[in-house]
Write a protein that binds this ligand. Structure first.
Ligand SMILES: Nc1nc2c(c(=O)[nH]1)N[C@H]1C(S)=C(S)[C@@H](COP(=O)(O)OP(=O)(O)OC[C@H]3O[C@@H](n4cnc5c(=O)[nH]c(N)nc54)[C@H](O)[C@@H]3O)O[C@H]1N2
Ligand SMILES: Nc1nc2c(c(=O)[nH]1)N[C@H]1C(S)=C(S)[C@@H](COP(=O)(O)OP(=O)(O)OC[C@H]3O[C@@H](n4cnc5c(=O)[nH]c(N)nc54)[C@H](O)[C@@H]3O)O[C@H]1N2
Ligand SMILES: [Mo]
Length: 757
């Protein structure tokens, strides 16, 4: 290889993931945000009995045991929330909203915690402090004045507790709408839609214990070293037990190659590390369906040749649809599989052989599977693969979607959905005595479309950064300004707050780490992790400001002011969160003895019928699927110059929250304006490592461009390129999404890359 030129901020990173680098980064996060103020104590209380649940990811903890589970990115999430920085009314008086809009996402949140409820004042173009009751009264007045409740959108970001989310859906439903856009619509909706079709529930089926018994782990399209770092402990253990871990990912992600566990004394002392992936396949972006179909085609061929490869007894007793599924595989050619996956037949046959040898296999997956045009169909294919060898309902086997926000799964469970079941609505009516609307509402993309066409008039956000998280900033940002009302319940200032509507309120809330007192009593909230464990979480830190209110209290405040004749006893529910859990128990299945069971350390597991080989599908059987073809979109493949853009998270970010400007494991420091490219793709365009390029989306009526991005050579599948989210969202068309789930295809935008003029 020729010597590459030096590009500022781009360095090789040769060390393993984790290790001393992770400890150093943690210390730095604490120093920068907390000025030493009791920080270690805060961190030690994360995920402990009687402590708070880490606001980072949704990976479960070993029964909330008392050992301190170290996680660099959990530490960043906690210190970012527990920061000593504050942004109060005096600051907002001195800075117009227009001037704040010129700051970066990083700079906005780094201003610190919001301290007072704020209202936008158009005359001065500033936010000013407002009394809570005045804010609630005005919000209620506007909502009551709208001609139809369906003109209001109720957005949830998955950090909200079960209690806050339940009250939020109750408020919206009594008000009269099922418009529940939520972050899950941009994330694991293909899991929520696809898995119920395959196995009857929209959640993962494995527990942590299953990882101890697995004989093979297949990891597809997720980056745990950054996004679920506590999972690295689990993978590290599995690898040391000799369990093969087969990875499918277009990018070489360091943590999936080598990891040093900061909790492992010997590894730390010797600067050692453990290999994670036994084999690493750099599949093309959007090539997973082809790869999965190739593996299954090979399995069927092996079974036809030698028998004993498929679990025929399981297939006969527990499944339907095998014949149609097998017929589709038969018509899928190896030539198509190889072209679209970018992998060779021999490689996929090796995976099939490893899979056929394993008596217990877990498949883990993330956004690399879901954020595609056919994300839901991708999820069903993973279920198919597992069904072929009866990998459900036995120890060490099952499906493991890596969830996003720490309580996104819980939000769904307690009713945040635009498509509620009739049974749930009936129970709401029985318990509360009002008739909730039955018409299905808007998901996230549909909400933005309604905002663009002017039919949506108000947006109420329980957390999150709606406009920045969605595709096509060019349209989404402008649509925020067309609303009559936007309300944001949040902890830190972000761009969606600043894209003001005719009237805008920013309502500051307590975070997970903070003490929540109601009627003098310390309250706990509850959350559900990726493995359906529900447990309590209670903060201890003094609130960032005396003015802060809890999310349940803020939701109840808005509801009381909006619905003067409400059937719900809002103040009583907020005075004691046990009362909220009582009504959840009465309306949501699986929460029997809710209050008693969350008082047991570790909490309880919600029912997961497929773990007992019970399939709550319409047929009562697990269902094989037919993918049909191998491509995710017919029209744009083939054109040679078209590349597939993946949008990814850096190591120093939490969704739209940018903690810092580095992406250590990928060797990017102090910048985010880069495009990861394969050397061959650079060469084909006459480009060199470090050249400035323009990126243009090729599937849209509207021109979508991102200019003057530095192209860098990286180990990424040829034909795939990657850039950071949210900067690259300007390139994602709003109508380019999985038609079954509505999830935007953030991981497969067809683009053209050219040298900047
Ligand atoms: N620290 C931190 N933790 C987080 C988050 C965060 O931003 N920061 N976000 C939280 C949320 S909401 C979520 S949803 C999860 C996200 O967790 P992940 O699912 O890990 O999300 P991404 O970073 O988007 O990474 C997706 C991975 O998929 C790969 N990939 C992209 N396209 C394809 C493809 O077509 N096929 C395959 N096989 N792989 C592909 C990328 O290279 C990348 O390694 O993490 C949660 N945890
Ligand atoms: N291009 C591209 N776009 C994507 C993705 C991608 O991979 N690529 N991923 C998608 C995914 S998976 C997701 S989940 C979405 C994320 O979308 P969102 O969930 O909407 O975004 P976040 O960045 O997590 O929200 C950050 C804000 O949440 C607020 N916040 C933080 N903690 C709390 C709290 O405790 N309570 C309240 N009320 N507010 C709080 C703060 O004000 C902070 O500014 O983005 C999606 N967008
Ligand atoms: Mo997510």
């Amino acid at each position: 290889m020729t010597k590459r030129r030096d590009v500022p901020g781009i360095r090789r990173y040769d060390a393993p993931a984790g290790g001393w680098g992770a400890l150093r980064a943690t210390a730095q996060a604490i120093r920068q945000q907390m000025e030493g103020l009791g920080a270690p104590i805060t961190l030690l209380r994360t995920n402990q009995p009687d402590g708070f649940d880490c606001p980072g990811c949704a990976w479960p903890d070993k029964e909330h045991r008392s050992t301190f589970q170290f996680c660099e990115n959990g530490a960043k999430a906690v210190t970012w929330e527990a920061t000593s920085k504050r942004v109060g009314p005096d600051f907002f008086e001195r800075h117009t909203v227009s001037s704040l809009l010129r700051r970066s996402d990083y700079e906005l949140e780094d201003l610190g915690r919001l301290t007072h409820p704020l209202v936008y004042d158009r005359a001065t173009d500033t936010f000013r402090a407002v009394e809570w009751e005045a804010a609630f009264a005005r919000i209620g007045e506007i909502l009551r004045g709208l001609p139809s409740p369906d003109q209001v959108e109720f957005y949830t970001s998955g950090r909200a507790s079960n209690e806050a989310a339940y009250l939020f859906q109750l408020f919206a439903r009594e008000y009269g709408t099922n418009n529940f856009p939520d972050c899950s619509n941009m994330c694991h909706e293909p899991t929520s839609v696809g898995l119920p079709q395959s196995i009857g529930i929209g959640k993962g089926t494995v527990s942590l214990d299953d990882f101890d018994a697995a004989e093979l782990i297949i990891s597809i399209g997720h980056n745990p070293g950054t996004n679920h770092p506590r999972m690295m402990g689990t993978l590290h253990e599995a690898s040391r037990r000799g369990v093969p871990i087969i990875v499918f990912n277009p990018l070489r992600e360091r943590a999936l190659e080598r990891f040093a566990d900061p909790q492992n004394v010997v590894e730390m002392a010797t600067y050692g590390s453990t290999r994670i992936a036994s084999t690493y396949y750099q599949v093309d972006a959007g090539g997973d369906a082809a790869a999965l179909k190739g593996i299954m085609k090979a399995l069927l061929a092996m079974d036809a040749a030698h028998g004993n490869v498929l679990d025929h007894a399981f297939i006969a007793e527990h499944t339907q649809g095998f014949d149609a599924f097998a017929a589709d595989l038969a018509t899928t050619t190896w030539a198509d599989i190889e072209t679209v996956s970018g992998l060779a037949r021999g490689e996929l046959e090796q995976v099939a052989a490893a899979y056929a040898k394993s008596n217990a296999t877990i498949v883990t997956y993330g956004m690399g599977i879901t954020q595609h045009n056919r994300g839901t169909a991708n999820v069903r294919l993973i279920a198919d693969l597992l069904l072929l060898r009866g990998n459900f309902g036995k120890p060490g086997a099952g499906i493991c979607p890596l969830r996003g926000h720490s309580n996104v799964q819980g939000n769904r469970t307690v009713g945040i959905t635009e498509k509620p079941s009739a049974a749930f609505l009936q129970r709401i009516e029985d318990v509360f005595g009002f008739k909730p609307p039955a018409t299905h509402g808007h998901d996230a993309v549909r909400t933005m479309q309604a905002m663009i066409d002017g039919s949506a008039k108000a947006l109420i956000c329980l957390g999150g950064n709606f406009a920045v998280a969605l595709p096509d900033a060019g349209q989404s940002f402008a649509a925020m300004g067309k609303l009559d009302l936007s309300v944001h319940v949040g902890t830190k200032l972000n761009r969606s707050h600043l894209l003001v509507a005719r009237e805008t309120y920013v309502l500051p809330c307590l975070g997970r780490t903070e003490l929540d007192l109601q009627g003098g009593m310390r309250q706990s909230i509850t959350v559900e992790d990726s493995m359906s464990m529900v447990h309590a979480s209670a903060g201890k830190l003094p609130p960032a400001s005396e003015q802060l209110r809890s999310e349940p209290a803020i939701v109840a405040g808005m509801a009381s002011a909006t619905l003067p004749h409400s059937k719900v006893a809002w103040p009583a529910l907020v005075a004691d969160y046990d009362k909220i859990r009582d009504v959840i128990e009465q309306t949501v299945p699986g929460f029997d003895s809710y209050n008693a069971r969350i008082r047991i350390p570790g909490g309880f597991r919600l029912p997961l019928p497929p773990t007992e080989r019970v399939w709550p599908t319409p047929s009562g059987k697990a269902m094989f699927s037919v993918f049909g073809g191998v491509k995710e979109d017919a029209d744009v493949y083939g054109a040679d110059e078209v590349l597939r853009l993946i949008t990814i998270r850096s190591h120093d970010q939490y969704n739209t929250t940018i903690y810092a400007m580095d992406d250590r494991y990928r060797g990017v420091f102090g910048r985010r304006d880069v495009l990861f490219m394969n050397e061959a793709d650079l060469a084909e365009r006459g480009l060199e490592h470090g050249d400035l390029v323009d990126i243009e989306t090729v599937v849209t009526g509207r021109p979508l461009r991102l200019e003057k991005i530095t192209a860098i050579a990286y180990s990424i599948a040829q034909g795939s390129v990657a850039a950071y989210y949210p900067e690259a969202n300007v390139l994602v068309p709003l109508d380019y999404f999985d038609k079954e789930s509505g999830t935007p295809s953030y991981k497969s935008v067809p683009v053209r890359v050219t040298r900047s003029g």
